[in-house]
Design a protein around this ligand. Sequence first.
Ligand code: SR1
Ligand code: MG
Length: 424
Amino acid sequence: MTDTSGTYAPLTPETLGQRLGNIAAIREKLGNNSSTWTIKEVGDGNLNLVFIVSGDKGSIIVKQALPYVRLVGDSWPLPLRRAWYEYNALIRQAERDPGSVPEIYHFDEGQAIIAMEFLTPHVILRQWLMAGKKHAGLAERLGKFCARTLFRGSDLSMDTAKRKADVRLFAESVELCDITETLVFTDPYFQAERNHHTPGLDPLVAEMRRDIDLKVEAQHMKAKFANNAETMLHGDLHTGSVMVTETETKVIDPEFALYGPMGFDIGMLLANFWMAFFAMPGHLKDAAKRADYQQWILGVTDEIWSVFSAEFSRLWRTERNGILYEKCLFEDQGQPLGSEQALGHYLAHIWQDMLGFAGVEMIRRTLSLAHIAENDLIEDETLRAECEARGLRMARQLVVNRTRIPSMANVLDLARQISERTPV
Ligand code: SR1
Ligand code: MG
């Protein structure tokens, strides 16, 4: 797969055909005549170049890391090695939850290039949600993806030597990890240079930055993130990292992959649905349609959690072959109830962490550097501030009260109550 050819150079639509035209795996997907390939740069994320390349036989995606953060420019350098982490995460996710991620055709470590399956007619889930579209299998797929990748990437399941080698591999992704540590857990809570927020939020932002309980709990979440290498995480599992059609759901972009706490990915994912819920007044003007759609979004989060718990429990009962909660202590002693008790504790711990991580994600997507399109695209600033403020109100509750919120029904009630209040 790896073919380090020459000094790194960013691809352009003009150079791509010549640079990748000799690679057999790519020619097989596109056709041999690279001079007829059509090449379009479509990257609209924060970090990378992304090209759709089409030939007589089909189309592929070519993703290349840039040596800096695209969103900010070359004043913020970022190692090309993130493509290596993304590649390694993708192959592990494909193994742990087959069919959940795009297929890889070619990886070039030196050029930081991953050539992969072009997902079409898939669209980014964030766009789908803003358009008010429903999706029948979404929650089931995402709940299973989280359960399978989190369980199978942990000491509950993995061979211990492999897992320790893996922890070592991903622990070197220092810069990407630092982005999360800084942008998610620190910057939102003081006036950091890269922050920005909707002006109408000023009074609430000041209130939140004075809120000692919130800051302390957010730092407890950061400590959990930094100190608990429980499983291999996607690391950036928001609704911009999911692509859908009417019938299919795929997870993309795991370049922030790392070993971290079980509740992180699922917390980030649910947070992004809850922010979409609060942003709906900016996208669906018809009150009845909006109310119906908002209920649907909440229902999706409910189902993601219940599918996650059910699948995680199934794997606990059938694939618990790692070094934790070993069967020799429970089932083999005729004490299956002991392992059920441990499972209950384990899920309760993921639940509380999930709530806390969801809260910090909602806060950082409103106050830190990288926001979400659902809010950014609301032109009416007063309305945008209202939607964002509701998200912040809910987020604060999730972070500070995460150990006192027993069920998803409580979370969804909280979201409904907050959505009916004037928030700022
Ligand atoms: C500088 S990168 C900002 C954000 O974009 C990525 O998608 C991650 O969410 C990161 O925090
Ligand atoms: Mg991304």
